[in-house]
Design a binder for this molecule. Structure first.
Ligand SMILES: [Zn+2]
Length: 65
């Protein structure tokens, strides 16, 4: 029996858990988010888009994938 290889394309995008530099709240940011992501506690800007990639302003805790 012939084995088939199925390649699953891995997206280069990921959800990232970022800690707000202001209040320590944990915010989930999409790595290619085109919108500004604000902390839902203190309204600090956690991520903003810079040429297709999100610039993270807080501490990246881990990737959620
Ligand atoms: Zn905050």
């Amino acid at each position: 029996m012939k084995k088939e290889r199925i390649s699953i394309p891995r997206p280069q995008t990921a959800f990232i858990l970022v800690q707000c530099p202001n209040c320590g709240n944990e915010v989930t940011v999409f790595s290619t988010s085109t919108a500004k992501v604000k902390c839902n506690v203190c309204d600090a800007i956690i991520a903003e888009n810079t040429g297709g990639k999100a610039k993270i302003n807080g501490t990246v805790l881990r990737r959620l994938d």
